[in-house]
Write a protein that binds this ligand. Structure first.
Ligand code: DGL
Length: 280
């Protein structure tokens, strides 16, 4: 009879979730920073968008997504959704003591503070993230005199999920949201993409802001925060002989659509066979 040892936590995947395909921009940075790690990504496509929902609904959705990933066996949880991280990060951390839980808001705030010489920082995010005030709190914790301008830009989520990442329509929407913010002498010098759906729109956003403004997102600094947590807790998977980790994808609706649009976000082709349909 074959005897199998239970998997050691270091070999378990890192769980990552978002309301849809936006968190794949974070997954991409995680895969680049941590090539030996395996990942289990969940897109809650059945209930997208989160950004226009009430905080109570977002907390419920986030709790259910985390519960599903934890039930599959993960060694760390990355909340790759600003809206969910703004509403539910403390609840999730309290629910799973001992499990490293990393959100995208603190890493995004630190990227913005590092990029901004003047401390005048604009954040474009979903209505829910702006309403929660999470970025104002995270940025001013790092730099108390910072001046943070929040812009609710939920239409960008719909455009990104549609795969409309560039062209005149996206540029017009970008102008509509941003023109007023970047007019005038004391305009922000940094624009933080406070939604994980937005990095794919960066080209169009660039058209709507002055060339001197720095565009930052939270993907790289989130990957660095996860790497630090794994190292500190002895959970990093050794990069044995260049062995690469595996990534599996779960979606709560429309695996075909998830694969098609997700390919844009991930920067490599996904097929419907890569995506498992799940119920949370
Ligand atoms: N990607 C999510 C975020 O970072 C939000 C998209 C949505 O509204 O569901 O906030």
């Amino acid at each position: 009879m074959e005897f199998r040892l239970p998997p050691v936590p270091r070999d378990l995947p890192i769980g990552v979730f978002d309301s849809g395909v936006g968190g794949l921009t974070v997954l991409r940075a995680l895969q680049a920073a941590l090539p030996a790690e395996s990942f289990l990504y969940l897109g809650d496509t059945a209930r997208l968008p989160y950004g226009t929902k009430s905080p109570a609904s977002v907390v419920r959705y986030a709790t259910q997504c985390a519960g599903l990933l934890v039930s599959r066996g993960i060694k760390a949880l990355v909340v790759a959704c600003n809206t969910a991280a703004s509403a539910a990060l403390p609840d999730l951390a309290a629910r799973y003591p001992g499990l490293p839980v990393v959100g995208v808001v603190e890493p995004g705030a630190s990227a913005a503070v590092a990029a901004s010489p003047s401390g005048r920082i604009a954040v474009i995010a979903t209505e829910g993230t702006i309403r929660a005030g999470a970025y104002v709190a995270a940025i001013t914790r790092l730099r108390p005199e910072a001046c943070v301008t929040g812009i609710g830009g939920s239409v960008f989520v719909a455009l990104a999920e549609e795969g409309w990442t560039d062209g005149p329509i996206v540029e017009q929407v970008a102008h509509r949201y941003l023109d007023g913010v970047f007019a005038g002498g004391d305009a922000p010098d940094t624009l933080l993409l406070g939604c994980t759906h937005f990095p794919v729109l960066a080209g169009a956003l660039r058209h709507a802001i002055p060339a001197a403004v720095t565009l930052v997102d939270s993907a790289l600094t989130t990957a660095q925060a996860v790497a630090r947590q794994l190292a500190t807790q002895g959970l990093a998977r050794p990069a044995a002989a260049g062995a690469l980790g595996e990534t599996r994808f779960l979606a709560t609706d429309g695996p075909e659509r998830f694969a098609r649009v997700g390919s844009i976000f991930l920067g490599r082709p996904l097929t419907v066979r890569d995506v498992e349909l799940v119920d949370v």
